[in-house]
Design a protein around this ligand. Structure first.
Ligand code: 2AL
Length: 244
């Protein structure tokens, strides 16, 4: 199967490390193409960043005409542009936050999220509510590690995430940790070993869910609001992204 992995931020090195984490768990028959938008923020840490990132995700789906994917993964914890992406394709589209939350609820009665900047905790909280996960999500904890610092993550950054996760497990009485940034994907195995509880990286989980849905022949519903967007002109720089 062909899996389009979209990193909604425009960092090349982060796109590569996310792709590596995705390929490490992918089945032998899964071909992963990793891309990022041609415009927008290098990291996504605010509503403003997210607004551009959502358009960037749509751009990358519109560009995927010569290589039509069987499934799509949006690899940013805010799941920017997820529902727009579902309008644009029949392939299943998975956001890493939604995928990680679902996996966590199957592995523990309660989970905690450990993320990057504290300000993004509020954004994650709203995502949890939108997905109806507020009964199982017991806490969201910031480390104040900027997203781009995860590109070259040393022991002190890893230790900071581990310490925050340990405190979260204790304080929230949680059974699992959800990693709140795609840039944390390469750290998942090490953190799992250190913490001794399920540590869920949404990138890995979304790849496996995508493979499963695709293998079952399940596609995004085109009945209702995930039907293709109505054709109309777009103006200004967004002109080329208009639906014909
Ligand atoms: C993210 C993420 O996954 N990628 C990015 O640029 N920002 N999310 C986050 N909470 O830091």
């Amino acid at each position: 199967m062909k899996l389009l992995l979209i990193n909604p931020n425009t960092s090349g090195p982060m796109t590569e490390s996310i792709a590596e984490a995705a390929r490490a768990v992918a089945a032998p028959g899964t071909e992963i193409r990793a891309v990022h938008p041609t415009f927008g923020p290098v990291s996504i840490e605010s509503h403003y960043d997210e607004a551009f990132a959502a358009a960037g995700v749509a751009e990358q789906l519109r560009l995927a005409t010569d290589w039509v994917p069987d499934a799509v993964v949006i690899a940013c914890f805010g799941d920017p542009g997820l529902e727009a992406a579902r309008e644009l394709t029949q392939a299943p589209v998975l956001g890493i936050a939604e995928a990680a939350f679902h996996a966590a609820t199957m592995l523990a009665t309660g989970f905690s999220v450990v993320t990057t900047m504290t300000r993004t905790c509020i954004m994650a909280e709203r995502l949890v509510q939108r997905y109806g996960m507020h009964h199982q999500c017991r806490g969201i904890h910031g480390t104040d590690i900027p997203v781009l610092a995860l590109e070259c993550c040393g022991e002190s950054t890893l230790q900071q995430i581990e310490d925050t996760a340990r405190a979260a497990l204790e304080r929230d009485r949680s059974g699992a940790i959800v990693l709140g940034c795609a840039g944390m994907a390469p750290l998942c195995d090490e953190l799992s070993q250190r913490l001794g509880v399920p540590v869920i990286d949404g990138v890995a989980v979304a790849v496996k869910f995508a493979e499963g849905l695709s293998a079952l022949g399940l596609r995004t519903s085109k009945r209702g609001d995930y039907a293709p967007p109505l054709p109309k002109p777009f103006t200004g720089w967004a002109g080329p992204l208009a639906m014909p």
